[in-house]
Design a protein around this ligand. Structure first.
Ligand code: NAD
Length: 373
């Protein structure tokens, strides 16, 4: 069970346990910080072995969302939800509608979306019970698949890193190793290929690689050999924790810039080792923030062109992060945390005198005007 010490450790505002015997729902919603706006973050469905494990995950993930929104310049807070269960066998309409009622009960303090183990269809069930949900299909006025915007953000972020490292942001002729050939990687590879990069791709599922090869030319690499490719840039776009004690000694890369979440196994230690080795690391939660930017756009009446334009801002944000990292000789993720914390502090100061609504339109404006968060 959550206790106040756990919440106080990282300043979580609210933790909500949701239980319903009829549907078998066991969920936890964590609201970390609403200084900047309503807490937005996806709902992860995972077969956690204990409720403690689920709680730890939701506390960690919700805090990460606060930082992601803050550094991206969004007017959103950080939150996340977890549903304990097997997403392959335990999903149904009633489960998600029941969960939707709990989300609705928070009256806009928390807005949900899809995450690992949940999809657009599940969010549409949630939508039947609450308006505080994003990531629904385009047909229902939502933003649909976020991957094109995420991939575009990773692409422009990679260019910012190239500029920092080589004084020129062209990726033409650069060798780039992409781990994973899923949704984000597919769009990312198209951008990179169109710019003239030489691609190396790997996936544990052959059909995913084949799909990518329908639109780009690339060398195929066995999954475990991707870390050894003699490439300029590594783009982890599959799994977390792949930057660790075993993989780092194998790297010949000069830049790591990819879409996956939680790339550093140990944020502080491995971030520092990369800095010492002169490998430029684009903090994952910054370079992949196109996904959040995409759903945040849904709150203001979704337009993909606007979401893409906003994702382009990742270039400047990363440039600022790299400047601070270099000036203060600190790892890039620490520089990025600093920017996020500074923004939270500054906006926090003016919160009491801030009308909170004038700059927002659509549903975000409505939430702000009602001061529900
Ligand atoms: P996806 O499931 O479509 O793709 C992931 C791919 O990685 C799959 O094809 C899978 O087979 C492959 N994979 C798994 N293990 C692998 C391994 N050991 N080696 C090589 N490939 C492996 O997921 P996605 O939506 O493309 O997301 C990719 C990553 O980006 C995830 O970490 C996700 O959390 C993160 N992310 C995605 C978005 C988004 O908009 N989809 C936004 C932010 C972050």
């Amino acid at each position: 069970m959550v206790n106040f010490e756990m919440m106080e450790a990282f300043n979580h505002e609210q933790v909500v346990y949701c239980s319903n015997k009829e549907t078998g729902l066991r969920a936890i919603i964590a609201i970390h910080d609403t200084t900047l706006g309503p807490a937005l973050g996806g709902t992860r469905m995972w077969n956690y072995s204990t409720s403690e494990e689920a709680l730890k995950d939701v506390l960690r993930l919700s805090r990460g969302m606060t930082y992601k929104a803050a550094v991206s310049g969004l007017n959103l807070g950080g939150g996340k939800a977890v549903i304990i269960g097997d997403s392959a066998t335990q999903k149904n309409e009633m489960l998600f509608r029941t969960f939707g009622k709990y989300v609705d009960g928070l009256a806009g303090r928390y807005i949900t979306a899809e995450d690992v183990g949940t999809d657009v269809k599940d969010m549409e069930y949630v939508r039947m019970e609450t308006k505080y949900v994003t990531g629904i299909s385009k047909a229902l006025g939502g933003s649909g698949d976020p991957s094109p915007v995420t991939a575009y953000g990773v692409y422009v972020g990679m260019k910012a890193c190239a500029h920092e490292k080589w004084g020129n942001d062209s990726l033409r002729g650069r060798k780039i190793a992409v781990q994973g050939a899923g949704h984000v990687a597919r769009y990312l590879c198209e951008h990179l290929y169109n710019e003239g990069a030489e691609l190396y791709i790997s996936d544990i599922i052959d059909s995913k690689v084949k799909k990518v090869l329908e639109t780009v030319k690339a060398h195929i690499v066995k999954p475990d050999e991707i870390y050894d490719v003699n490439a300029d840039i590594f783009a982890p776009t599959a799994l977390g924790a792949i930057i660790n004690d075993k993989t780092i000694p194998r790297f010949k890369f000069q830049i790591i810039a990819g879409g996956a979440n939680n790339q550093l196994e140990d944020e502080n230690r491995h971030g520092k080792i990369l800095l010492e080795k002169g490998i430029l690391y684009a903090p994952d939660y910054v370079i992949n923030s196109g996904g959040l930017i995409n759903v945040a756009n849904e709150l203001e009446g979704y337009r993909q062109d606007r979401a893409m334009k906003q994702a382009e801002g990742i270039y400047d944000i990363l440039t600022r992060i790299m400047e601070i990292s270099q000036k203060e000789n600190i790892p890039t993720h620490s520089a990025s945390n600093k920017i996020a914390e500074e923004r939270l502090k500054q906006i926090g100061k003016i919160r009491n005198i801030y009308s909170g609504s004038s700059n927002f339109s659509g549903r975000l404006g409505e939430l702000a005007r009602n001061k529900n968060f």
